[in-house]
Design a protein around this ligand. Structure first.
Ligand SMILES: C[S@@+](CC[C@H](N)C(=O)[O-])C[C@H]1O[C@@H](n2cnc3c(N)ncnc32)[C@H](O)[C@@H]1O
Length: 272
């Protein structure tokens, strides 16, 4: 996925309009079948590259190369205004109900659609692991009530806030890194965690950090308790995509530790 700001062109998984009149594709249909294979190989190589990078390097690479770039935002197609309509309508009410004065939007990305929600809280802190993205956000949107800071959700001390809003972040992290994130959230003073979940997913798969999969946080190995509230985003490509709300105190540290140690054993067994 390349940067396509303003181009509006997107031909994922298919040929561009007019390709059927291409002489090559008429002469040898096999050649046209190469494109998905090439894409698959590129994807596998990309993931191999991620395995050799630190988490910071992975997301810096994705940002620099506009891997998720839609024509609207570098944070990807899930972060457009069109995709977040239902969420934008529901969030001000949710934040009010949770008594949110300070909102920590952790993994804020480009602060595209969130800029429309911002007035519903007294103080907004957007945080992301990519320094250049944070610098750009701060220059464009920073003011007395809106600030952006660079931090790693898996290990850095989180600022005090009422709610940690963590959308479309855990879905990009390996189980191990999710385990670290849970531990880190638990040691913060943040009362509520609001995060992405796909309740229809029955079996969660592990990934290389930087990749993506639909994640049901209530399913193994995460096993979050029932959310105290759930908001549908209205998109259904991988089953309904939702934001669930949990008390941070309900996400037990043992779960995070257990997750990390179970995976360590599992990975050690696999590498023998
Ligand atoms: C798909 S974007 C989501 C952006 C935003 N939450 C939204 O809903 O539009 C995921 C973001 O997570 C950030 N991220 C990934 N790992 C992170 C980590 N360990 N700590 C903080 N941010 C992280 C990436 O840099 C990226 O900007």
């Amino acid at each position: 996925m390349n940067k396509r700001r303003g181009s509006g062109n997107r031909h994922e998984g298919g040929l561009a309009p007019g390709a059927s009149t291409d002489r090559t594709s008429v002469i040898c249909p096999l050649l046209t079948m190469r494109q998905p294979i090439r894409r698959l190989i590129a994807r596998k190589l990309g993931l191999l590259r991620f395995r050799m990078m630190s988490m910071e390097q992975v997301f810096l690479y994705i940002w620099r190369n506009q891997n998720w770039g839609s024509s609207e935002t570098v944070s990807g197609h899930g972060s457009t205004f069109a995709q977040t309509g239902m969420l934008r309508a529901a969030l001000p009410g949710l934040f009010k109900k949770l008594g949110t004065k300070v909102l920590l939007d952790i993994a804020c990305g480009e602060y595209n659609w969130m800029s429309a929600i911002r007035p519903s809280v007294d103080s907004y802190i957007g945080a992301d692991i990519v320094p250049g993205l944070i610098d750009e956000n701060q220059i464009r949107h920073g003011d007395r009530q809106t600030q952006f800071i660079c931090l790693d959700i898996t290990r850095d001390l989180l600022p005090n806030a009422d709610v940690a809003f963590c959308r479309d972040c855990l879905v990009h992290l390996s189980f191990r890194d999710i385990g670290k994130t849970l531990k880190n959230l638990k040691r913060s003073k943040i009362e509520y965690v609001v995060t992405t979940t796909f309740p229809a997913t029955t079996a969660n798969s592990d990934i290389v950090t930087g990749d993506w999969r639909p994640l049901n946080v209530e399913a193994a190995p995460l096993r979050f308790p029932k959310p105290i509230k759930i908001i549908s985003e209205g998109t259904k490509s991988y089953g309904e995509k939702c934001m669930g709300v949990w008390r941070t105190s309900d996400l037990s540290v043992r779960e995070g530790e257990h997750l990390t140690s179970t995976l360590t054993r599992w990975q050690a067994a696999g590498s023998q």
